[in-house]
Write a protein that binds this ligand. Structure first.
Ligand code: SAM
Length: 325
């Protein structure tokens, strides 16, 4: 037997860290360049820089011609800060924050709780950690924006929303989902509801194409709507908080109103897909939540009063559950 999966997984973190390091040092903004020119520009060691850049070539992140390195289509699209599809925010957040939380995964599994106190000496509500500084908040939400660009069009396209007049995205962050909704339903209205420190960023990213409302979704009233969305929200919270949020949404909706839940769905037997299960462990390290199956979301909706629900897997990083009041 060739134990290929084991050596591969032993090495996997080295590949991530190689990419994170090249992103952090600004390699993909400096190309085309040589190792000598880049090390002079970034004040790094010449030999080590060559090792890093050659490793990036082997990972498909750089191309090499003689001594010169240039971006591949993947790094040009996703690893350059100025690209409209950039995932640099998510790479930096993974390197600076998640890496350190995941370092304590064994203790998270022992105790069943997130690792903010252990890794960062931080106590208090989870979003006070994500949003500790303006820069931390921007890195986190810009990262989610990059992921959103990859998934929101498919997520919005999963169910027929042509009857929706007003789409309110609760905890909508930078507004990528609301923008995808308006792209597909230009005659409807879209609003992003989020915490006060987030809304200026929403305005910036949406170029004021959506309405914005400041509020706390656990305690403040919602803008009235016939469709509420929660994207990457339920996986952050404990079952009692999810129940209270869904009950509140149900009460705010008119008869036949819609709730859309966007999360990575876990297979019914809970053994895949790997990306959803990795996200579930990620939620363990940094939130009160986890990922769930379609049936579990159906049960949560039913307990909050919704009469029916339907889940669709999109093939994108998030799937779509529609529940009807
Ligand atoms: N929905 C966005 C997306 O898919 O990219 C953002 C998801 S992010 C994991 C969670 C969002 O919920 C953040 O934008 C955060 O500011 C917002 N949020 C957290 N707690 C909130 C609260 N109590 N009230 C309103 N928004 C909240």
């Amino acid at each position: 037997m060739t134990p290929s999966i084991v050596p591969d997984l032993i090495e996997a973190f080295r590949r991530s860290k190689t990419m994170f390091t090249a992103v952090e040092l600004g390699v993909f903004e400096a190309t085309p360049t040589t190792a000598a020119a880049f090390s002079a520009h970034a004040n790094t060691d010449h030999r080590a820089t060559e090792l890093l850049m050659d490793a990036c070539v082997s990972l498909g992140l750089l191309a090499k011609n003689g001594n010169e390195y240039s971006n591949t289509p993947e790094s040009e699209t996703y690893l350059k800060r100025t690209s409209p599809h950039t995932l640099v925010g998510y790479a930096l957040y993974s390197n600076n924050v998640l890496w350190r939380l995941w370092d304590h995964l064994p203790d998270a599994v022992r105790e069943g709780t997130h690792r903010w106190a252990q890794a960062f000496q931080m106590e208090g509500p989870i979003f006070s950690h994500f949003f500790k500084t303006d820069e931390a908040m921007r890195t986190f939400l810009t990262g989610l924006h990059g992921l959103g660009m990859l998934s929101s069009p498919q997520a919005i396209g999963a169910h027929d929303l042509s009857a929706v007049k007003h789409f309110v995205d609760l905890g909508g962050g930078t507004g990528h989902l609301a923008l995808a909704f308006l792209d597909q339903y230009p005659n409807a209205m879209a609003t992003v509801f989020d915490l006060p420190q987030v809304i200026p960023l929403t305005r910036e990213f949406t170029n004021n194409r959506v309405t914005t409302v400041v509020g706390d979704f656990f305690t403040d009233p919602f803008p009235s709507a016939d469709c509420y969305a929660v994207a990457r929200i339920l996986h952050d919270w404990s079952p009692p908080k999810i129940h209270s949020l869904l009950t509140k949404i149900h009460a705010a909706l008119p008869e036949n109103g819609r709730l859309l839940i966007f999360e990575a769905l876990v297979n019914p037997d809970r053994t895949g897909p790997t990306s959803a299960l990795m996200q579930s462990l990620n939620m363990l390290t940094c939130t009160e939540g986890q990922e769930r199956t379609a049936e579990e979301y159906g049960e949560l909706c039913k307990a909050a009063g919704f009469r029916e629900s339907k889940a669709i897997t999109t093939g994108a990083p998030i799937d779509a559950v529609l529940a009807i009041k």
